[in-house]
Design a binder for this molecule. Sequence first.
Ligand SMILES: Cc1ncc(COP(=O)(O)O)c(C=O)c1O
Length: 244
Amino acid sequence: MEALEAKLRLCQKDRIKLIVADGVFSMEGDIMKLPEIVKLAKKYNASIMIDDAHSLGILGENGSGTASHFGLTDKVDLIMGTFSKSMASLGGFIAADKEVINFIKHNSRSLIFSASMTPSSTAAVLASIEIMENEPERIRHLWKLTAYARERFQEAGFDTGKSETPIIPLFIRDDIKALKMTKILLADGIFVNPVVAPAVPKEDSLIRYSLMATHTKAQVDISIEKITKAAKKLGILKLQPVLV
Ligand SMILES: Cc1ncc(COP(=O)(O)O)c(C=O)c1O
């Protein structure tokens, strides 16, 4: 927030200013500090845009995103998202006031001369929205599973950073070990993403463990057991002393 305010202070008062941030950060699973950003935007007369790629279907009322999660939808100027994650499709959306959307339609380089979404990918998105609205128990299950998995990882001795969402980072802090661990786990039937430099600073390399609403508690238990075993093998987690 201090870095953002320092930048806003440098902006000329009468120029248009747009603060753009992810709703949920994709590598570490933390949530943007929207209430603080709203205060700064007001102070410096800036607009706000949220990239809800990793929040759609997860945060807010019926999974409608970060602004809804904070109850601040009317304070956000632009909300965009992709359909390529929780919607299991392709394409994306941008939501704003009519005037802004009209401007984007006529000036956005990537929209002009580009084909629109296919009927099948559009139908998949519509079906996803219907499921999100009509089956809220799926999102509830995902959040229950998230809290359970995070707690179990922490109990096992993993550093899960500041994650508050179903994206749970397991800090390895060594690129080679993170890659080795991913390979061992894949051979053992567990798919996780290695996140190494330059996606994150070298000392922050991690394994990204992500949950979906279709995962079960039994799958979480098995995966944590296997991940813990692999981490001990690589010397990432210290072996617990055996009590005699
Ligand atoms: C934060 C964020 N925004 C936007 C996108 C774009 O997604 P796509 O190009 O698949 O629509 C991604 C994809 O990884 C993302 O992580």
